[in-house]
Write a protein that binds this ligand. Structure first.
Ligand code: AGP
Length: 614
């Protein structure tokens, strides 16, 4: 959460900072601010709300922000309400600081600083950092040294950008538990929480390790680990792969829904060669075969949408390989002293690879040191902390996902998980050749089926009109469609703000049926699968109680619309892969309901894309 950008250059950097913030807005949008050093002074502007408010404020007096060094921030509020006084950068004397993360011991540190006579103008943990550096600088008037003195005092996870009026040529940055990259330019250098922010100015990046502190000037970057200067390599990326424009679409979310056929095809290409769909590509996880051969249990850890992907994977692993698989929300797992059994494969699923709860849950499993533990990151960001901290990296090739509501990240996670199930199944001789060939053939058809499901857009938009005035909604599914019911409910609530619950349809009679009346819309995921007859009985229970059904069904189910039963037919897909295709209609439904209700689809209230705090 929160995004930081910094720049030191010969040219004016205000617009670079503002453009960077716009690109980081997905990380939080409660307030935005920037500070530029000019004429021996800190020039600061801070505004509540989105980056555009800051842009508008800077435009009133742009010359004021003409400068060659500066830092900027977009905030997702943790300590203190979204208010101007809590917006970053925070200043102490001639020092300005931007911060992403949380300083857990800020209250004790604040006590000490108050005793020393420091005054606080905000409710944030960050202001403590600014004052601490100010205090340390009094003893050692060198910004880098002052920062180095302060960082061991801070507990928690943080990335910092720091400038000082008396050192107008250097930007100091620290990375400990929160993401941070250095953008390498020619005669100019930058920092940001995500390289996406800096793509307009560079495609060369240096990735810091946890605990690194760097001093950045126009033409030098010095990185220190434990006080010793270290080398970190510079990587060049293909900027065209990171296109973050909305293009012809009104929202990123809709664009990302429409990108799913291509994104899933790219992910499948890791393991399936289109000229040979009878076996997995030899190079797919080839160097990890020995590790995968020893696995006897699978533990999936994830949050939100990624957790729902893990729930689908549980069905797949247990059905197809008979390997036991447990799935748990990372924020629960990390606090319940769980048993990690020997020879477990820990699969951490995360779009961003920076989710604090997932990272902590992973670290807890590693601390237990069970025999034969193998960890795997299923992640969309190759440079993320999660990828660095795990033994195996299985990428999803979704491309950047900007909309806070996850769409293509989810379906590519599912595609990659199925590839992993097959790889483990084949490696351990748990999946025979015939089954493998059948499943690979079905996977090969998947991008086409996803494409066909996008043709439902117009009928789903029509269906969404029934939801505009609703206050509550149920999503039902059984078996492999149960996690999609949960995902559908999550999508609807997060972007339309309609209360929604996902249920395994068999659970209805154990409580939620009491909610059903003529005002309750009930969305049902009803492919013609092995659970269809049971599900049909559940639908009848609802219909008999005057509930209004909105059913995503296959034509093969021969269901027909009737009073209080609306049907949209989803393209045919085999039962095992149906959760991937049935994700599309629930995404489209949520999208259209949200648009109709006039909410901020890409940046729903109170949320952020990358949840780097617990
Ligand atoms: C869902 O639309 C959300 N974006 C959210 O639930 C998300 O999946 C969750 O915060 C986990 O994020 P991650 O995949 O980056 O770890």
């Amino acid at each position: 959460m929160c995004g930081i950008v910094g720049a030191v250059a010969e040219r004016n950097i205000a617009n670079i900072l503002l453009e960077g913030l716009k690109r980081l807005e997905y990380r939080g949008y409660d307030s935005a601010g920037l500070t530029v050093i000019r004429d021996g002074e800190l020039h600061r502007e801070r505004q509540v709300g989105k980056v555009q408010a800051l842009v508008d404020a800077v435009e009133v007096n742009p010359e004021f922000f003409n400068g060659h060094i500066g830092i900027a921030h977009t905030r997702w509020a943790t300590h203190g309400e979204p208010a101007q006084r809590n917006a970053h950068p925070h200043v102490s004397g001639k020092i300005a600081v931007v911060h992403n993360g949380i300083v857990e011991n800020y209250a004790e540190l604040k006590e000490d600083l108050l005793a020393k006579g420091y005054e606080f103008t905000s409710q944030t943990d960050t202001e403590v950092v600014a004052h601490l550096i100010h205090d340390a600088y009094k003893q050692t008037p060198d910004l880098m040294e002052a920062v180095r003195t302060v960082t061991p005092l801070l507990q928690g996870a943080f990335a910092l950008g720091i400038v000082h009026v008396d050192s107008p040529d250097e930007l100091i940055t620290v990375r400990l538990g929160s993401p941070l990259v250095i953008g390498v330019g020619i005669g100019e250098n930058f920092i940001a929480s995500d390289q996406l922010a800096l793509l307009p100015v560079t495609n060369r990046f240096m990735y810091l390790e946890e605990g690194d502190i760097a001093r950045i000037t126009r033409d030098s970057i010095q990185v220190y680990a434990d006080g010793i200067e270290v080398k970190r390599s510079v990587n060049e990326i293909d900027a065209s792969q990171h296109n973050a424009d909305k293009g012809e679409f009104k929202h990123y979310m809709l664009k990302e829904i429409y990108e799913q056929p291509d994104a899933v095809a790219r992910t499948l290409e890791m393991a399936i060669d289109s000229s040979n769909t009878s076996s997995l590509r030899k190079d797919f996880l080839q160097c990890n075969e020995a590790q995968l051969a020893g696995i006897r249990h699978i533990q999936v850890l994830a949050c939100g949408t990624s957790y729902h992907a893990g729930m689908v994977a549980k069905y797949w692993f247990e059905n197809l390989t008979r390997l036991p698989c447990s799935v748990e929300i990372a924020s629960e797992f990390r606090y319940r002293n769980p048993v990690v059994v020997d020879n477990s494969l820990i699969i951490c699923i995360s779009q961003s690879g920076e989710t604090a709860d997932t990272l902590s849950a992973l670290r807890d499993t590693q601390k237990q040191k069970p025999t034969g533990l193998v960890s795997l990151a299923l992640c969309n960001v190759p440079t993320s902390s999660l990828v660095r901290e795990t033994d195996i990296f299985l990428p999803t090739h979704a491309g950047p996902e900007i909309g806070v509501a996850s769409t293509k990240a989810f379906t590519t996670q599912l595609a990659a998980l199925m590839l992993l199930v097959l790889k483990i199944g084949v490696t351990q001789d748990r999946i025979d050749e015939q089954r493998l060939t059948t499943l690979l053939g079905e996977l090969h058809k998947l991008p086409g089926q996803l494409y066909a499901s996008l043709h439902l857009d117009a009928s789903i938009k029509k269906m969404s009109e029934h939801f505009e005035e609703k206050r509550s909604c149920l999503f039902l599914g059984r078996g492999l469609q149960f996690p999609i019911a949960l995902e559908g409910a999550l999508k609807l609530k997060e972007i339309s703000y309609i209360h929604a619950e996902g249920y395994a349809a068999g659970e209805l009679k154990h409580g939620p049926l009491a909610l059903v009346d003529k005002d309750m819309p009930i969305v049902v995921l009803a492919p013609k699968d092995s659970m269809f007859d049971k599900l049909k009985a559940n639908m009848q229970e609802v219909h008999a109680r005057h509930g209004e059904l909105f059913v995503f069904a296959s034509e093969e189910s021969k269901m027909v619309a009737e009073e209080r039963m609306h049907i949209v037919y989803v393209p045919e897909v085999c039962e095992i892969l149906a959760p991937i295709v049935y994700s599309v209609p629930v995404q489209l439904l949520s999208y259209h309901v949200a648009v109709m209700r006039g909410t901020d689809v890409d940046q729903p209230r109170n949320l952020a894309k990358s949840v780097t705090v617990e």
